[in-house]
Each structure stands twice: as C-alpha cells, then as structure tokens.
Design a binder for this molecule. Structure first.
Ligand SMILES: [Zn+2]
Length: 449
C-alpha cells in the first residue's frame, strides 16, 4: 500500500467529521438543506484549520445526487467521487499563489458560461486568494457582481486583510478559529488507535501545544514522529526529536530565579547551545511558559489533566508563586519585544546568556506598584497619628540609620511621592515620613534580593 500522509488519509469527508468549527459547519449544512447557498463564500483562518476541507465538503454536498437528510454528501455518487479524486469538471480548484495574474482570472471568466456537467453547480475554489494581483482581483470582481445562476465561488485565505474589501463585501464570510488543544488531542488519539501507534497522553498534549491550533501541523508532526520510532512515544522523545526545550528546563529557570542563581544563565545556555536546538523556538516556548505563569496568577488557566502531567502542574503552581506579577509583566514585555524584533536571527551563545541573565536580574527590580500601595497605606496611618507628630518623630529617627541606597530604580519614587503627597497638609512632616519610609523600603527590597 502506498504511504499516504496522515493529514490526507484522515481528512474529513463529511461535515460531522470536521474537527471544531461547529458554528460554520451548522451554517453550511443549513444552507445545503434549505437550498439557500450564497454565490460566494470566503473562508479565513490560520493554516490547517480546515478552510479547503470545509469548502470541498460543501461543494460535494451542493452537487451530491444522494444528499443525506442531515445535509451530508453521500461520498458515493459520481459527483462526490470525482470531487474526492480531484478530477471533477464542476468543482475547479485554483491555487491563487501560482495563478495570480489577470490572465488566469480571465480564463476562469471565460468558462463561467458553461453549464455544470454532473452536478447542479459549477464551483470555483480559489485557495490563497489574497495572492491575486490587483488586476486579477478587478477581473474577478466583474464575475462576482453578476455571476451566472449556477456558479459559486469559494475563496480561502490565511490573510483576509489582503483581500480587496469589494471582494470581501460580496462574500458570506467564515472566520475559522484555531482548533483547541482538546480537539486536536481527541483527533490524534483516534488516529493513533487506527494506525496502531502507541503514544502517551502527555505526548499528544505536547504535539497539540506545539501546533498552536493548526490541526494539519499537529497531524504532520505526529506523522513525522510516529515514523521515527516504533516504541511508545513520550513527551520527552518528541521534544528531543523536534528540538524543543522541555518544561522541566523552564521550571529549573524558575528555581534559579528564586535562589538568585545567576550562574544558571551560563550553564543552561551552554547546555542548550550544545544540543543544537533552535534558539528562537526556545524563546517562543519560554514566552509561553511565562504567559502560563501569568495566567495562573490571574486564575485564568486551568491546569487540565489532559494537557499537563502531575509534575508539570506542580512546577507551574510553584513557579506562579515565585514571581511577582510585575516581574512577570516585565519578563513578558522583554521576551515579546525580543521575539518581535528578530525575524529568526542567528543567536550566539552570549546572546542567550544575556537574555537569561536579564530574566534572572528582573528580581532586583523594585516593584513600583507594591511600593505605591505601601506608601498609600502609610499615608492613611500618618493621618491618624498626625496630631501627635512631636511624639512620633523620635521613633522614626531610629529607622533612618539605614543607608540611602543608590540605585537607578530609586529615581522612580519621585513620582510616587508626588502622587501620595498631594492635597494632604502640612507637607513637611508627611514628606519626611514618606521619604524615610521609601528609604527603608528600598533598602529592604534590595537587601533581601
Ligand atoms: Zn454524492
């Protein structure tokens, strides 16, 4: 038997087999059942979310001779078979990337007048429609404005913003969503069962995570991995094979942050670098790690058994208590800037060391928000004790023995003083108190770290 890629072999043939996209599927199915299909459809979404698959099923259903009562194509009549085999004269698939010129569209326009041969409709599917030239779009527009009754246009694109608005406005538009990890895992699990590949749940979750909502990417990755071994497939094996860092590496970084262990930056960079792993991928994964920690702190992430092993759950929960929210914000900002700026540059080991050091050094940053909060609280207290200011002065004096720490971040407290001090009088006492407090707080924070 010929080897057939998993993505092709397990491509859905009916609406009910489509993974995710329930709303779109329902609308298309109703259009078929009620015989109320528009003359143009635009399917948008990231790669591998089912745009052309849905368009094909829809085309089959519209032209099927034995449509089921649920609006599903029969997949057995001549029309269905021809569409599935890719040799239908009524369903014409055009790759917009390689047929993007005005002449290509003119060719289409010339055939519009001919009747459908087997089915009721003549259907054109233009994939990657955003690639068409402006002239081609304009030629297409003419046909869209006055299409013959039996003609339907289906467009698919990953970049809807590049499609002329006049085209978009003439289409019924469907924005396909990323497929959830849960759905991807479910699908991969059934494929694994079917092709008799042994794979751990955690490994399925890893593939889903790496595919970021693209089912096709997930299937390709699963394909690649299942071909590379006949043993049980585990998460570490996948990460090792495709060159990604493991979550345990990130938990080790959290621990280094907690312990102020700056040497971690150097030992880890050396390890990662010698493993030959893709540094940009590593950084993207690192960003995801911090994003997860942030979401856990905000109580916005459920550590679902389907996606996280017991160790990972423990690691994340521990990690989320190590960082202050402001630290996480800073690290996330820093990493996303870093990834955003660079379109996959070649990182040297020293770059990686500096990145890790920067993250570890974040701990030394004084968190402005908590300082403001403490100052405000103090202000409330001083309001009460204000009438007996002469008596509290001596006690405060004792606290001044701490040296004023020179640090860049201390500058930030100027604004804090402004905010906290306004409108309360008399300023002299308040000013002194707040200043002393800031002094104590800063030295405390810096000392502690
Ligand atoms: Zn059929």
């Amino acid at each position: 038997m010929d080897y057939k890629a998993i993505a092709r072999r397990f491509r859905p043939k009916t609406f009910s087999e489509v993974t995710g996209q329930e709303a779109v599927v329902t609308t298309l199915r109703n259009a078929v059942l009620q015989k109320k299909a528009s003359h143009a459809y635009l399917f948008t979404g990231i790669r591998g979310t089912g745009k052309t698959t849905l368009a094909r099923i829809f085309a089959k259903a519209l032209n099927c001779e034995n449509l089921t009562s649920l609006g599903e194509p029969c997949n057995a009549c001549p029309s269905c078979l021809e569409i599935m085999e890719g040799n239908s004269l009524d369903f014409i698939e055009i790759d917009g990337a390689s047929n993007r010129g005005i002449d290509d569209i003119r060719n289409i326009n010339e055939t519009l007048g001919y009747r459908a041969i087997k089915g009721r409709f003549k259907i054109y599917l233009i994939d990657e429609v955003h690639m068409l030239t402006k002239e081609a779009f304009n030629a297409l527009l003419k046909s869209l404005e006055e299409p013959p009754l039996n003609v339907k246009f289906f467009f698919a694109t990953t970049e809807p913003l590049k499609v002329l608005p006049t085209i978009v406005s003439r289409c019924q538009r469907f924005d396909l969503t990323r497929i959830s990890n849960f759905e991807i895992i479910k699908k991969l699990r059934s494929i694994a069962k079917e092709i008799k590949v042994e794979i751990e749940d955690e490994a399925l979750a890893t593939i889903a995570r790496l595919s970021e909502g693209s089912l096709r990417d997930a299937e390709s990755l699963f394909d690649q991995i299942s071909c590379s071994t006949s043993d049980l497939i585990t998460a570490p094996y996948i990460l090792e094979t495709v060159g990604f860092a493991q979550r345990s590496d990130f938990f080790a970084l959290d621990e280094a942050f907690l312990k102020n262990d700056l040497t971690f930056a150097f030992t880890f960079a050396a390890k990662l670098f010698s493993s030959g792993k893709d540094i940009t991928y590593f950084l993207e994964n690192l960003l995801e790690h911090y994003r997860n920690l942030m979401l856990i702190q905000l109580k916005h992430l459920q550590l679902d058994d389907a996606f996280f092993s017991k160790e990972e759950k423990e690691g994340y929960l521990a990690g989320s208590t190590i960082y202050e929210t402001a630290h996480l914000m800073h690290i996330l900002d820093y990493l996303s800037d870093l990834i955003h700026q660079s379109s996959r540059p070649t990182y040297k080991k020293v770059h990686l060391e500096m990145i890790l050091l920067h993250i570890l050094q974040t701990k030394k940053r004084v968190v402005l928000e908590s300082l403001v909060e403490k100052l405000s609280n103090l202000e409330k207290k001083t309001e009460i004790v204000y009438p007996i200011k002469e008596e509290i002065k001596p006690s405060l004096k004792e606290e001044i023995v701490l040296p004023l720490v020179k640090d860049e971040s201390v500058k930030e407290d100027e604004s804090v003083k402004e905010v906290v001090l306004e409108k309360k009088a008399p300023p002299s006492v308040r000013h002194d108190t707040v200043l002393r407090f800031a002094q104590v707080e800063f030295s405390g924070t810096l000392k502690k770290n």
